[in-house]
Design a protein around this ligand. Structure first.
Ligand code: 9MR
Length: 687
């Protein structure tokens, strides 16, 4: 918004342009206010700077969560089975180290691997897994000490109970001792129960030779060998609460707890078909947990990796406080023992599958915040706020609004235009339907005072706990107020700059220094301003020094005079490492509209977003007027923000823009043009 005192100079410059015939669009001269002067025939406005997106992409990627990271937010781990032979595969290792916070040796700690011949222990591959896990600070689940499968023939053929007991205890002690302090939980006994309706123990060599007590024996031996490791019973087909096998395991655990047999956890392998977990899966997990043991999903894989089935499995664990973690049984489909069923979270090339996203969001990950669209469409209200003249304020127009929502109310500050000059007005209201009824508080009655004040910007400085009103007085000025509801609380104007920065003087030509705008990131506060001559200026100070110290003024963006005219807004886009710049331009039809750019850094260069007349941020050609096209100008205004602080954060979706428009037929004295405030609402928002 131009300062009144420069009006004569600006009008002169426009008239001189008209005189040399530089302007092609015919508009009745007497009806043309200088704010709607036609611009040169449209050239596609130039981008101020070359596009730059890679830094944003990287920053967004860094914010993305991982399975392990997301599980950790609820104190859980998310693990995977690993194969020692694959640790050298870089795709595999990259995913392993990025996503998982626990590992289980898929085969390397089993009996056939660790004691292939009696007393001849071999730990090479298991040690590699253990040391890599330690180096990466991943938990290690020990799998498994006593299992009928992958059992060397020399054990399976033992017939003598004392011999087998000795062999079993020695195996447990030796292996558990080897990984003492490294293994967080051991599957002490694996798959001891039969499937089917009987629910009895499987006739393994251990059961046949040692009797049913072998399980208790194994747990007691394991506890003695590594008293700090959690000791688990692990099985499959124990997910459905009604199954005989589930009930048998449940009775065993209940009995162990009752008699003090050392058991700390129960593992549910959870090798599911495409239908995923049974409906009563949560009941199963919760019922075991209620016995006083931790429960864990230990070998999760699901035929065809149905995303909902993965989500259900994850949510079931999350619903049980003592479900302490989830392990997927492998990383890529090509690593799986069920390779033909593609049951895992990553495809053979290591790409995340839909099941991955489903698991991640079931763990509570928020979807990456949506970004701004590349084009905009709006619907406009009719005029909502117009002047309320009183005896001392013969106001002809309300202009240049700034708005925040605080304490359940919109607080709007605007310029008042009248024959006697510009000043400021404040009003608040609960919703837009009441905006027209709100009381207008004229701020020239406060310490802000009379004289030229215009184009306000309001925000709350969270460090100083003060509201700031930034506005133009010829210099860039501000007032502060501890309570936005109290119009009389504003302090007298203070200047940000001792005088107009040199670079502005040099580039402003016949323009005006207008529309000061402050926005801060975590380190610095920046002040943007326009010159009605194609330049966007930027000064900076530190957050700590603000409001003092604005300097190092540079041209942040430039274009031709009318393509980058005035009324710039700069915002942070919520949830993104992105900033949005809006600048008011004068179109080929002589009407006001907004162009937009984005950047990743407030001190960086700006890339066009919707920045042409054909694809504008907001212009009469992308706005519908259900209540009648009351204006052709979409002029100086403000986005409705997501927060009121100095970061000037706006949502990426469902944007609303409070702007000034005017009756297209209006004309005459510029200061008496009938500007009114109206609201644009974004349509076709993608989120
Ligand atoms: O995934 C393991 C596979 O590589 C082995 O060939 C197989 C041998 O029995 O064991 C697989 O893992 C099993 C796990 O140790 C216990 N629960 C069932 C798993 C899938 O068979």
């Amino acid at each position: 918004m131009k300062p009144l005192k420069r009006l004569g100079r600006r009008r002169a410059s426009i008239l001189s342009l008209l005189a040399v015939g530089a302007l092609a669009i015919p508009v009745a001269a007497s009806a043309v206010p200088d704010d709607t002067v036609p611009a040169p025939a449209p050239k596609a406005p130039r981008a101020p700077q070359a596009p730059k997106t890679s830094a944003a992409d990287a920053a967004d990627a860094a914010q993305e969560s991982t399975l392990g990271g997301q599980a950790a937010t609820s104190g859980r781990y998310f693990g995977t089975a690993v194969a020692a032979g694959r640790l050298g595969d870089s795709t595999y290792a990259t995913i392993l180290n990025r996503e998982f916070t626990s590992v289980t040796a898929e085969n390397e700690m089993k009996w056939d691997a660790t004691e292939p011949a009696r007393g001849a222990f071999a730990f090479g591959p298991a040690d590699r897994i253990a040391s890599q896990a330690a180096a990466r600070k991943q938990r290690l689940r020990g799998h498994t000490l006593v299992w009928h499968s992958q059992l060397p023939a020399w054990v399976a053929s033992i017939k003598d109970a004392n011999t087998l007991r000795g062999v079993m205890n020695n195996h447990i002690s030796t292996v558990a001792n080897r990984y003492k302090g490294k293994v967080y939980a051991w599957d002490v006994v694996n798959e001891a129960f039969e499937d089917g309706p009987g629910g009895q123990l499987r006739p393994s060599v251990f059961q046949k030779v040692l009797g049913n007590g072998f399980i208790e024996q194994a747990f007691r031996t394991a506890r003695a060998a590594d008293p700090k490791a959690k000791l688990c019973y692990n099985d499959y087909n124990t997910d459905d609460w009604t199954h005989a096998k589930t009930q048998s395991v449940y009775r065993m655990v209940r009995d162990f707890k009752k008699r003090g047999v050392p058991i700390d956890c129960v593992g549910f392998q959870s090798h599911f078909g495409a239908e995923g977990p049974p409906a009563n899966y949560r009941t199963t997990l919760a019922s075991f947990a209620a016995l006083g043991v931790d429960v864990q999903i230990t070998e999760l894989d699901i035929a065809q990796a149905a995303p909902t089935a993965y989500a259900e499995s994850v949510k079931a664990c999350l619903s049980v406080a003592r479900c302490t973690g989830i392990t997927a049984w492998g990383i890529r489909d090509s690593d799986s023992w069920r390779v033909k069923e593609s049951p895992l979270l990553f495809d053979g090339r290591g790409k995340q599958k839909p099941a991955y996203q489903a698991a991640l969001s079931a763990l509570g990950a928020k979807k990456p915040a949506a970004g701004l669209p590349a084009s905009f469409r709006w619907t406009s209200s009719g005029p909502l706020i117009g002047p309320k003249p009183d005896a001392a304020h013969k106001v002809a127009a309300l202009k240049d609004p700034t708005v925040v929502r605080h304490d359940g109310k919109y607080h709007v500050f605007a310029s008042t235009a009248s024959k006697s000059g510009y000043n400021l007005v404040y009003l608040n209201f609960k919703d837009w339907s009441q905006a027209g009824k709100a009381t207008h508080h004229y701020l020239d009655r406060t310490a802000i005072g009379t004289g030229y004040r215009a184009a306000p910007q309001v925000f709350y400085n969270t460090q100083q706990r003060l509201w700031y009103l930034v506005y133009q007085t010829g210099n860039a000025s501000y007032s502060t107020n501890p309570d936005i509801n109290d119009p009389s609380g504003w302090s007298a104007p203070r200047h940000f700059y001792p005088s107009m920065p040199e670079i502005i003087k040099q580039n402003m030509g016949k323009g005006n220094w207008v529309d000061m705008w402050v926005i801060c990131d975590t380190a610095n506060c920046y002040q943007f301003s326009s010159d009605d001559n194609g330049h966007l200026y930027r000064s900076q100070t530190t957050v700590g020094q603000f409001p003092k110290g604005f300097g190092s003024t540079v041209i942040a963006a430039k274009d031709s005079k009318f393509a980058m005219f005035e009324a710039s807004n700069v915002y942070k886009v919520q949830g993104r490492n992105q900033y949005l710049l809006l600048v008011e331009a004068i179109g080929s039809d002589g009407r006001r509209y907004f162009r937009s750019w984005t950047t990743n850094s407030l001190a960086g260069s700006w890339s066009p977003l919707a920045a042409t007349e054909g694809n504008p941020f907001a212009r009469s050609n992308n706005v519908t007027f259900p209540a009648g096209a009351w204006t052709k100008d979409i002029s100086h205004g403000e986005l409705i923000r997501a927060s009121n602080d100095q970061t000037l954060t706006v949502p990426a979706c469902n944007l609303e823009y409070l702007y000034q428009g005017q009756d297209p037929k209006a004309g005459g004295d510029y200061d008496l043009l009938p500007w009114r405030l109206s609201l644009l609402k974004q349509t076709h928002s993608t989120c």
